[in-house]
Write a protein that binds this ligand. Structure first.
Ligand code: CTP
Ligand code: MG
Length: 220
């Protein structure tokens, strides 16, 4: 059984600001994208890592990845879901992991958990419980508290039987923000496995600064 990983790197990082889209920036001496690629490529069950980039991003992607073997670039679309559709069309493997380039640290045990859940259920996503109390908002006032046990924070990589995810996307309309909701809308039970705080997405400048401080603390 073959397994490919698709790294979604075709975004422009508007919430982060900065000269380069976040996935092409360096974080502790290595680009964010290279970290995401290396993390997945180092898992023994992943055969190939492919990268989906924006149509004008080839130069930045090459600079970010150096000599790493990621096959041919896959060109993404205007939305993340369109980028995933383009990526899926290029995948030939039986199993596929879809991952955000903006999540540069992926612990290998998360991939172990995903692949075993995938083989049992056909689809799996990592998620974390919420540690904060959750409440609805009524404008600038706090509303009722939401049962924390009913909520999870969903991360990537998400793992699927490739044929199943392709069919689910073909039936899906709109702009989903992840693949678990596409599979679920298609009637697939997506297994939850324990995620990891290291998988937090870099979205804002503050997230990036926090990741830089963490890298600096590691090397000193
Ligand atoms: N992504 C993509 N194609 C798009 C948009 C996003 O491949 N058209 C990727 C991003 O590169 C990122 C991941 O999807 O790795 C998660 O998206 P997000 O964090 O929203 O990144 P951006 O869309 O780049 O950032 P922003 O929404 O702030 O512009
Ligand atoms: Mg976005």
């Amino acid at each position: 059984m073959s397994t490919d990983a698709l790294i979604m790197a075709a975004g422009s990082g508007t919430r982060m600001e900065g000269a380069l889209p976040k996935q092409y920036r360096h974080l502790g001496g290595k680009s964010v994208l290279a970290r995401a690629v290396d993390a997945l490529a180092s898992h023994p069950s992943i055969d190939q890592v492919r990268v989906v980039i924006g149509k004008d991003q080839e130069e930045m992607a090459r600079a970010a990845l150096g000599e790493r073997d990621v096959g041919e670039w896959i060109i993404g679309g205007d939305s993340r879901s369109q980028s995933v559709r383009n990526g899926l069309a290029a995948v030939r493997a039986d199993r596929v992991l879809i991952h955000d380039a903006a999540r540069p640290f992926c612990p290998l045990p998360v991939i172990d958990r995903l692949l075993s859940a995938l083989d049992e259920h056909g689809a799996a996503t990592p998620a974390l419980a919420s540690v904060d109390t959750l409440a609805r908002r009524h404008g600038d006032r706090v509303g009722g508290t939401i049962d924390r046990d009913a909520i999870v924070r969903v991360q990537t990589p998400q793992a699927f039987r490739a044929d199943l995810l392709r069919k689910a996307y073909a039936a899906h309309e709109g702009e989903p923000t992840d693949e678990a909701q596409v599979a679920r809308a298609f009637g697939v039970d997506v297994a939850l496995v324990e995620g990891d705080p290291m998988l937090e997405k870099l979205t804002t400048a503050e997230d990036f600064a926090r990741a830089e401080r963490m890298m600096a603390a590691r090397t000193t």
